[in-house]
Design a protein around this ligand. Structure first.
Ligand code: HEM
Length: 144
C-alpha cells in the first residue's frame, strides 16, 4: 500500500495533543451529516467514545508502515462493527465527517494534499473493515 505514516505527521501531532477535542468535533460533524448516525450512538457515553475514536485513528496511522499488522487490526474492528449495526451505506458519512472535522481541527495545516491522503486512508480503513465483516459472515454461515 502506498500510504505511509509520515504523510500524516501534522494530523498525528494534533490528534495526540487533543484526542477528546478532535473526536468530539468528528462526532459533531457526523451527527450533523446524518440524524440516523446520531440515533446509533444514543446510548453511548460520547466522551470516552470520542477519545477511543481518535486513539484508533492514531493507531491505524502508526500501523500504516506495518501492513501485516494493520490488516488484521482493521478486520477485527470491522467484525466488531457487525454487532454495532454498521451497514455499508453508513461508511461514506464517516469518510465525509473525517475530512470536514479535520479541516476545522487542523486549521492552516489542512490543505489539498491532507484531504487527498485522508480520503485514501478512509477508503483503506473502510475496505479493511468491510473485509472483516464479510469474513465474519462467512464464519457464521459455516458454523450455522
Ligand atoms: C458504518 C459506519 C459506522 C457505524 C454505524 C459505527 C458505529 C459504532 C457504534 C454504535 C459504536 C459503539 C459500540 C458500543 O460501545 O456499543 C462504535 C464503536 C467504535 N467505532 Fe464505529 N462505526 C462506524 C464506523 C467506524 C469507523 C470507520 C471507525 C474507524 C476508526 C470506527 C471506530 C470505532 C471504534 C474504535 C469503536 C470503539 C469500540 C471498538 O473498538 O470496538 N467506527 N461504532
Amino acid at each position: 500500500m502506498s500510504l505511509q505514516t509520515n504523510q500524516f505527521k501534522s494530523s498525528l501531532e494534533a490528534l495526540n495533543k487533543d484526542p477528546l477535542g478532535a473526536g468530539e468535533l468528528f462526532f459533531q460533524q457526523l451527527f450533523s451529516l446524518s440524524p440516523k448516525m446520531k440515533s446509533m450512538f444514543e446510548n453511548i457515553d460520547m466522551g470516552p467514545q470520542a477519545k477511543v475514536f481518535s486513539y484508533t485513528l492514531i493507531e491505524i496511522i502508526q500501523l500504516l508502515d506495518n501492513p501485516k499488522k494493520l490488516s488484521p487490526f482493521l478486520s477485527n474492528l470491522g467484525s466488531r462493527h457487525l454487532d454495532y449495526g454498521a451497514k455499508d451505506d453508513y461508511y461514506p458519512f464517516f469518510k465525509q465527517a473525517i475530512t470536514q472535522s479535520l479541516a476545522i481541527f487542523l486549521k492552516a495545516q489542512w490543505n489539498k494534499s491532507s484531504e487527498k491522503s485522508w480520503n485514501q486512508l478512509m477508503d483503506h480503513i473502510i475496505a479493511g473493515m468491510k473485509n472483516g465483516q464479510s469474513l465474519y459472515d462467512e464464519d457464521s454461515a459455516l458454523a450455522a
